[in-house]
Design a protein around this ligand. Structure first.
Ligand code: NAD
Length: 364
């Protein structure tokens, strides 16, 4: 393997420039070229970084710029054709979340990457963030006891998307974190919501995911809230965590709080004693930009030929859940179950044993 991995970024709208900045700053990597269908975006990026080649045709970036890897940061509907062209041209490929618009598209991309021995990674950025890694570490020590449920809220005003609803835009972050913490795939999903501003594009949704052993998670997503909220609560049988991603330093607070059912009680006052209120504490977290760590992971996986933490199969799992959420939305929140025989292996335990999952939607 040669020393430097040459990279090109495709899509320089809102998110692409952040990828440009991060890949540019990495050792063992040379960001060589950028592409956007909009010439004004190409000129803007090339004015900021004069050493970059800029093109407007994706095929030119993929085939003519002598690159090892392509990073795709375009709208979701273009992920599949661009990633397919990139993989078929023999390029390692990094795709922004969500991986594609359907599980069929994801399966095809995985198959091409495997057949050609290429690294395929999806940017589930939060799994590279220090607070999420800290939460997983705490859960793995058993400090929380058994997890009872997770509740997540990701709310703000805008940015409205035209091709995807708010679930596809915001919930991938929550879903990736929840699957990572629980380490398994849900049994069923319900999702309700409404399109208030653009017809047929839901801007407010509430999703619940049921997991084995009566565990569940709820995710609230909105583009219509006056305040920006990024909050997740993880409730265990022994302790609880509140994760507020908008806090600068104290993102995680662990509460030594629980409710224990007393063996017997006669009065309400006696029942009160079953509440346990202990200390709360804030663990130290060494912060680094999660996107930088995601980009670095991609380069390391290319260099070591290893499967990324968020490889194509994690991207596929996400898209299956989003598809099920859309199916449930169309049925006013009726549950959509995943066939038991075809359920994937625990989310992050082993990518090798994962089987094809069929989504069985049924009303009521
Ligand atoms: N990981 C995260 O936290 C995060 C955050 C924001 C956005 N994203 C993802 O990044 C992707 C891009 O989102 P955005 O908000 O930057 O969108 P955007 O609309 O701001 O930018 C997309 C850019 O892609 C260009 N483009 C579209 N089709 C193209 C094509 N075929 N060839 C070349 N250029 C093309 C457009 O001209 C535009 O400049 C989406 O998948 C989104 O979900 C991820």
């Amino acid at each position: 393997m040669k020393k430097e991995i040459t990279v090109g970024v495709l899509g320089c709208g809102y998110w692409g420039p952040l990828l440009v900045r991060n890949f540019r700053g990495l050792p063992q990597c040379r960001l060589k070229a950028v592409c956007d269908a909009d010439i004004a975006r190409v000129k803007h990026i090339c004015a900021l970084y004069s050493d970059l080649e800029g093109v407007t045709a994706s095929q030119q970036l993929i085939t003519a710029c002598d690159l090892d890897a392509i990073v795709i940061a375009t709208p979701v509907k273009s992920h599949y054709p661009l990633a397919k062209a990139s993989l078929l041209a023999g390029k390692h490929t990094f795709i922004e979340k969500p991986m594609a618009t359907s599980s069929q598209e994801c399966e095809e991309l995985i198959e091409i990457a495997e057949r050609k021995g290429l690294i395929l990674m999806v940017d589930h950025t939060f799994l590279y963030s220090a607070p999420v890694q800290k939460i997983v570490e705490i859960v793995e020590t058993g400090d929380l006891g058994e997890i009872r449920y997770i509740n997540s809220r990701r709310l703000n005003l805008g940015l409205f998307q035209k091709d995807i609803n708010v679930t596809w835009d915001l919930a991938p972050h929550d879903i990736s974190i929840i699957l990572h913490i629980l380490g398994e795939f849900p049994l069923a999903i319900n999702c309700q919501g409404n399109a208030h501003v653009h017809r047929d594009v839901e801007d407010v949704t509430n999703m619940s995911l049921s997991f084995p052993h009566k565990r569940f998670a709820t995710i609230q997503s909105s583009w219509l809230e006056p305040r920006k909220i990024r909050e997740m609560t993880i409730v265990g049988t022994r302790r609880m965590i509140v994760y507020d991603d908008l806090q600068t330093r104290e993102k995680i607070r662990i509460y030594d709080a629980r409710v224990e059912r007393p063996p017997h009680f006669d009065t309400f006052a006696e029942f009160q004693y079953s509440y346990h209120y202990g200390d709360s504490y804030i663990p130290y977290i060494h912060q680094e930009e999660p996107l930088k760590l995601a980009c670095q992971h991609f380069i390391e996986c290319i260099k070591t030929n290893s499967e990324p933490l968020t490889g194509g199969r994690r991207g596929l799992e996400m898209v299956r859940i989003l598809e099920a959420a859309n199916a449930s939305l169309k049925m006013n929140g009726a549950p959509v179950t995943f066939a038991a025989s075809a359920r994937p292996a625990p989310a992050f335990a082993s990518a090798k044993t994962e089987e094809v999952l069929e989504v069985e939607a049924f009303a009521g």
